[in-house]
Design a protein around this ligand. Structure first.
Ligand code: HPA
Ligand SMILES: [Zn+2]
Length: 341
């Protein structure tokens, strides 16, 4: 029998704020695109692909993630990828989504920036019209590449400024502190792009401080290692800086040994604005609803905590105040039919 809290989670209106669109490439689509683009994959079957998805840390995942995205060549491929994600998002009751994309993962292979963004944009337009999902694009710089490469990527993107919501920072964290990207973030902020950054996933609390002080980010992606620094927690709480936490990702990449050891409940107890997100769901074993279900089960979260997480998702989004208010009202109405604990 389905537990009441499970059906509550499944139908709860949600926002997704930490989702790499390239991380939604399911093995079936990877095979289909490889065939369409005449690319030879290093896997003989879907089972072989899935068997390769055993990771020991962030880097072991990134190696497979960059390999997977090589099947994305034409505008249509980026459209197919994103529309497949939006269909899943719709099934998860996602109302609003802020998507990361990694242009350097494509331009470095000779795929024009225009091809990437045009395909994503077409899927976003269709998602809004047909599925009622609003979305924004956040251009991520790959932190293992140089600051010059990041700046060149931003310049290449500026003709499409109106299609972009913000900029982010992802890829290999250790050894690539935010300070490396201070200038490019400054330039992006001058253009009105909203800054976020991955920090404190594998990297130390000092990377979170840098992201706040030097990149002036409005949200921290992951940020789970903040609990190692009391002063940092106090600041994040006082300034209500949202954390986009990704529970299944954290366990798959061994940030926590098991879901029962995840610190999400502790983060909530510290009055941080915690949100739940799916990161790279095709690689980590579940989309947004599965992330909510997994933390609920492992940490014994109640209705009130789950609702708090959903509310935080809309509050932490970059939507305008009116849209935020409407979506928070929708959550309130939905929750009225369930017990308060
Ligand atoms: O979880 C992540 N961390 C850093 N870089 C990434 N790129 C895709 N997913 C991730
Ligand atoms: Zn991420």
């Amino acid at each position: 029998m389905t537990r009441p809290i499970e059906s509550f989670i499944r139908n709860l209106p949600k926002a997704e704020l930490h989702l790499h669109i390239e991380g939604t490439l399911e093995p079936e689509l990877m095979f289909r695109l490889a065939e369409r683009n005449r690319i030879t994959l290093p896997f003989a079957s879907l089972d072989e692909v899935r068997a390769a998805y055993q990771f020991s840390d962030l880097q072991s995942f990134l190696d497979i993630y960059y390999q997977g995205m090589q099947v994305l060549i034409e505008e249509e491929d980026f459209y197919d990828l994103a529309i497949a994600y939006f269909e899943r998002a719709h099934a998860d009751q996602i109302r609003h989504c802020e998507l990361f994309f990694d242009p350097q993962g494509h331009t470095e292979r000779g795929i024009p920036f225009k091809t990437v963004i045009s395909g994503l944009r077409r899927a976003q337009d269709e998602a809004r019209e047909r599925l009622g999902i609003s979305s924004g694009l956040i251009l991520c710089f790959l932190r293992h590449l140089s600051a010059e490469s990041a700046l060149a990527t931003l310049e290449e993107a500026l003709p499409y400024r109106e299609w972009l919501l913000g900029v982010g920072l992802d890829s290999s964290e250790s050894g690539h502190p935010p300070v490396k990207f201070e200038a490019v973030f400054e330039r992006a902020r001058q253009e009105g792009l909203l800054p976020v950054a991955h920090a404190g996933e594998e990297g130390p609390p000092s990377y979170i401080w840098e992201a706040l002080d030097l990149l002036k980010v409005l949200r921290i992606d992951h940020g789970v290692r903040c609990l190692e620094d009391e002063r940092l927690v106090a600041r994040l709480a006082a300034e209500k800086v949202p954390l986009t936490v990704c529970p299944l990702s954290n366990v798959k990449l061994r940030v926590f040994d098991t879901m029962a050891r995840h610190n999400l409940k502790e983060l909530l107890r510290c009055e941080l604005c915690v949100t739940v997100n799916s990161d790279d769901p095709a690689y980590f074993g579940g989309y947004l609803t599965e992330n909510f279900l997994a933390v609920q089960r492992a940490l014994g979260l109640g209705f009130t905590e789950i609702r708090q997480l959903a509310d935080n998702g809309f509050r932490a989004s970059f939507l305008g105040e009116r849209e935020k208010g409407e979506l928070l009202d929708e959550v309130r109405h939905y929750c009225a039919g369930f017990p308060q604990d």
